[in-house]
Design a binder for this molecule. Structure first.
Ligand SMILES: Nc1ncnc2c1ncn2[C@@H]1O[C@H](COP(=O)(O)OP(=O)(O)OP(=O)(O)O)[C@@H](O)[C@H]1O
Length: 531
């Protein structure tokens, strides 16, 4: 039998006295797709940071244990060393240079150069970039993913789903790639994009012998694509099993340590007849997610889903209305009037709040505490958590009480309300974003990809909470998601966006085929043909 491609043996790691990995063993064979699953904060990213020699590991006292590649013990002290061992990684948070093109990002630090008159005299350093060959390589890597993406586009402004593919293409372009680590690669993708990616993964593993270590919270994908699975709980391996012996329920139970109900709470359909918000002819200039003349009515007390393929503008709607990207058109909120577009404060004052899909990009103060992050927007736009007297200062006691309540309700895994947000796992950062929005007690809540990066137990908590806010407080919720199943499980109606406009609105029990047709713009095509 051939040697495993990767063995991590007895890996232990402490962060400031907090033991986050305890004697973890992980083995990945040649051409194997191995899934690593665990709750938010279970230690998955930490284990990968060790494998990749990330500075955060060395700067916090290193780790104990051994890493072997093809049976050979290796010391990986930097991402460059990992790369030279043939280990490639795509992180949860993107590491692209926004001002550069797709090609330049794919070839970053591995640029191809060619001779010119200056280099002939002064040496290799003065060679110029060989754009033609770089472009060819980039195109080849993109093609391996079956993707239609122009390799000369700048990365800034590409939708997150495309950024994900650029990151993967960069790894695919490396000649000696033996092991590819994908940290939540499908979290930002629609189901059909995720399917494409999974077939690419299978092709790479089975036809080209590349080993893939796959971290995801989408457990159905694990069963679909993985050969074997390692389950982490609280920094320990609690199970290693073949995917053929696993089920979503079993994995969820192993991860959480108790039986988990997967389906969110059912909710009583809204019978609202009053309009909460009218959107007329909305244009949003969000690169890669442009909205081009969208009109839509949102009913009071409903949960309205917004779906559609990546790049068609579903993400742009909330971002435009909430003032994060340039917008024009007319948006009226019942009881407030027309909101001033391009003004986040006006949007917040009208009683709306937004949980963005881009938790790091839109204002989490990473080097501040959880409690301050939760309170800050309410302090700024509603004067909450300020002392009463003439001179208003932060009321630390009420901030702490409120943060403790939110930590409990949303099950934010942390040391306490004073912990810095940077030191939370990705999923727990997402929960802080949700807590921050809820603190505004909005009458209309936009949530974009609310369960991206969130584990199966927490996912239910978040979706249940949305249902509860809607049922108990009558909160109107507009939820954008790439997961149709998720939209169907909690929404009253689902609006499908195609090419920046409303293609149609369907009831949640409409067939897959009907959703598929709207997402593919079939209605628009028929309309065009008829006219
Ligand atoms: N830089 C850091 N400093 C201190 N503690 C950290 C740091 N990074 C992570 N931790 C802690 O280590 C533990 C494991 O976190 P890790 O990010 O590895 O979890 P994860 O399984 O990847 O979670 P998620 O699914 O949410 O991404 C958590 O308790 C987290 O708070």
């Amino acid at each position: 039998m051939s040697r495993p491609r990767l063995e991590m043996k007895n890996i232990s790691k402490e962060y400031f006295g907090n033991q986050v990995l305890k004697s973890v063993n992980l083995t990945v064979g040649d051409g194997e797709i191995h899934a690593l699953v665990g709750e938010n904060g279970a230690g998955k990213s930490t284990l990968m940071n060790i494998l990749f020699g990330m500075p955060v590991i060395h700067n916090t006292g290193g780790f104990n244990g051994t890493v072997l590649v093809d049976g050979r013990p290796v010391q990986i002290n930097s991402p460059e060393q990992a790369m030279s061992e043939g280990i490639g990684m795509v992180h949860q948070e993107f590491m692209l240079l926004p001002g550069f093109t797709v090609t330049e990002n794919i070839k970053l630090n591995r640029e191809i150069t060619k001779e010119n008159w200056a280099s002939k005299i002064f040496g290799k350093k003065l060679e110029s970039l060989d754009f033609i060959r770089m472009r060819e390589d980039a195109r080849k890597a993109i093609k391996r993913m079956d993707l239609d993406l122009d390799e000369m586009l700048p990365v800034a402004g590409l939708p997150v789903s495309f950024m994900q593919f650029v990151e993967i293409a960069r790894e695919l372009d490396k000649d000696n790639l033996k092991l590819l680590v994908l940290d939540e690669p499908t979290a930002v993708l629609t189901e059909s994009e995720a399917d494409t990616l999974m077939s690419v993964m299978k092709k790479l593993a089975k036809e080209q012998g590349i080993s893939i270590l796959f971290i995801t919270h989408r457990l159905d994908e694990v069963i679909e694509v993985a050969d074997n699975i390692t389950v982490l709980r609280d920094g320990e391996v609690v199970a290693e099993l073949a995917a053929k012996d696993a089920s979503v329920e079993l994995l969820a139970e192993l991860m959480v340590g108790r039986k988990v109900q997967i389906r969110p709470k059912s909710h009583k359909a809204s019978s609202a007849t009053e309009v909460a918000m009218t959107i007329e002819n909305l244009y949003v200039d969000m690169p890669g997610e442009r909205v081009r003349g969208l009109s839509l009515e949102v009913m009071k007390g409903e949960i309205l889903g917004i779906g559609g393929l990546a790049g068609h503008g579903k993400i742009g709607v909330a971002n435009g209305i909430m003032g994060l990207y340039p917008a024009r058109g007319r948006v009226e909120v019942k009881g407030y009037g027309e909101i001033k577009l391009n003004s986040p404060i006006s949007a917040l004052k009208s009683g709306m709040a937004f949980v963005s899909e881009d938790r790091r990009g839109t204002g989490l103060l990473l080097d501040e505490s959880i409690e301050l992050n939760i309170a800050v927007q309410a302090m700024q736009s509603q004067n909450k958590f300020l002392t009463k007297g003439l001179v208003k200062i932060m009321d630390r006691k009420s901030i702490r009480e409120h943060a403790n309540k939110m930590i409990k309700e949303l099950d934010i895994r942390c040391v306490g309300p004073h912990q810095l947000v940077r030191r939370l796992s990705g999923g727990n950062q997402q929960k802080v974003c949700i807590a921050r929005a809820l603190t505004l007690e909005p009458s209309i809540l936009f949530v974009s990809e609310p369960t991206r990066g969130i584990d199966v137990g927490a996912k239910k908590i978040v979706l249940d909470l949305l249902v509860e806010l809607n049922q108990k407080l009558g909160m109107t919720i507009i939820m954008t998601s790439s997961e149709l199943g998720e939209l169907r499980s909690v929404c009253d109606r689902i609006a499908i966006i195609y090419q920046g406009r409303l293609e149609g609105v369907l009831p949640v029990d409409a067939s897959d085929k009907e959703f598929g047709l709207l997402m593919a713009g079939e209605l628009s095509h028929h309309r065009k043909e008829a006219s």
